[in-house]
Design a protein around this ligand. Structure first.
Ligand SMILES: Cc1cc2nc3c(=O)[nH]c(=O)nc-3n(C[C@H](O)[C@H](O)[C@H](O)COP(=O)(O)OP(=O)(O)OC[C@H]3O[C@@H](n4cnc5c(N)ncnc54)[C@H](O)[C@@H]3O)c2cc1C
Length: 393
């Protein structure tokens, strides 16, 4: 046996899981077909940001990297959601759940940089970048994988953290429900005239939602933009000059934060939603985007992936302590049960939220406004919604 666990995919979810398992003495081989852990230092605060909820922060705290990560992150204690028609804005405050913050916006690259330090210092993790999974053979006692460079690795359990287009999910013939949003996402870092007030701002427009997340970083930048745009409209946005793009953004966000300056290049990518019908099969488990991928409007994709990490790590550690085979059906099914319902619930909530805000149907709008009015007036319901978003249900 080469290791107890082979983990495919060294993105944020896979690397976090490797660190959690290694901390408890579990030997892990972590492989990736690219080199996600080799980051150019100069670009570390650029690129993608993520809004971490309180449960993800707890995980990074346990791994010992939160105190450093926190120094470069920006806390938010309020979420403000409105639509371009100006009806029924929604406001969530940290103080309503007796917390100081709802979360922090941090650089995804920095998370990877801190995880890499743990991985390099650990005797329990063997990192193999530029190594692609190509074949899997399972028997009663172990799982053997072949990599495209000819390597063979034997372990008790194979975990797929290999993202939206997971190879392992396909090899294991795990079925999915998937759909394209016919939207494209645009991200960039901005400087706005008005302060962000530690608020995550989100406006729903007829051509897609726009999030302005507080993120104080280099050269006075203070906002991380996530703009999801319908395909026809995204073509128009792609063809605009940087100046034209910003002008359009100022209009769509109704100058809520005043005039806007662009601080980085604008990156774009297609948006898809996917949910695996099962998260496990014989000696195989899926975590993160390999199991489920969400629309970025809720900023929950990575957070839910990190909740998978916490759950799977605790099940494996418990099984190992009791002398139970960590690749056994019972252990894996236990993990699946713990995560499927919360992930599906979030997917459904997000879909309802998106449809409720994007519709032009006056009846659906009326139902939405009534639902939000009820939610805002009912302290219990509102607290539940805020706790769900902050990951502390
Ligand atoms: C615009 C945008 C904004 C977002 N904002 C937020 C946010 O604010 N908060 C939040 O929680 N989430 C957010 N998300 C979601 C979040 O980014 C993803 O959920 C998260 O990055 C998924 O991580 P992962 O490790 O599961 O997958 P990935 O990051 O996709 O990593 C998968 C890894 O597997 C490797 N791999 C793939 N196939 C193979 C193979 N055959 N062999 C070996 N290696 C392989 C890949 O090279 C890759 O490194 C956002 C997403 C988008 C698009």
């Amino acid at each position: 046996m080469d290791a107890e666990v082979t983990l495919v995919g060294a993105g944020t979810v896979g690397s976090s899981l490797a660190c959690s398992l290694a901390k408890q003495g579990i030997k892990v081989i972590l492989l990736d077909r690219d080199s996600p852990l080799d980051l150019a230092k100069t670009s570390r605060l650029e690129g993608r940001t993520v809004a971490l909820n309180l449960s993800s922060i707890d995980l990074f705290d346990e791994l010992g990297i939160w105190s450093e990560l926190k120094k470069t992150g920006t806390p938010f204690n309020r979420m403000f959601v409105w639509d371009s028609k100006g009806s029924s804005p929604l406001e969530f405050l940290a103080q309503e759940i007796e917390r100081e913050e709802l979360g922090y916006v941090v650089s995804n690259n920095l998370i990877l940089e801190y995880l890499k330090k743990i991985i390099e210092d650990s005797n329990n993790i063997s990192l193999k970048q530029e190594t692609e999974l190509s074949e899997v053979k399972v028997n009663d006692k172990e799982v053997v994988i072949s990599c495209s460079n000819g390597d063979k690795i034997t372990s008790k359990l194979l975990i797929g953290a290999d993202g939206l287009n997971s190879t392992l999910r396909k090899i294991a013939r795990i079925k999915t429900r998937t759909w394209s949003y016919n939207q494209k996402g645009f991200v960039a870092v901005l400087k706005t005239e008005k302060p962000h007030d530690h608020t995550a701002w989100q406006v729903f427009t007829p051509t897609g939602p726009i999030a302005l997340l507080p993120f104080d970083s280099f050269e006075g930048a203070n906002i991380s933009l996530v703009w999801s745009a319908e395909l026809n409209y995204s073509d128009k946005l792609s063809n605009l000059s940087k100046k034209g793009f910003i002008k359009e953004l100022e209009e769509k966000t109704e100058l809520i934060l005043g005039k806007i300056e662009l601080k980085t290049d604008i990156s774009s990518f297609p948006l898809n939603q996917l949910h695996s019908k099962n998260y496990v099969s014989e000696r195989v488990a899926l975590v993160g985007d390999a199991a489920h991928s969400f629309h970025p409007l809720a900023g929950q994709g990575l957070n839910l992936g990190l909740s998978d990490v916490t759950s799977l790590a605790s099940k494996l550690i418990k099984a190992r302590r009791s002398g139970v085979d960590i690749g056994s059906d019972k252990v894996l099914k236990d993990y699946e049960r713990s995560r499927k319902i919360p992930n599906l619930t979030m997917a459904t909530m997000m879909e309802l939220f998106k449809q409720g805000f994007e519709t032009s149907d006056p009846w659906i709008k009326l139902a939405r406004n009534l639902a939000f009015k009820t939610a805002s007036e009912s302290q219990i319901l509102k607290k539940k919604l805020i706790k769900e978003a902050a990951g502390i249900t």
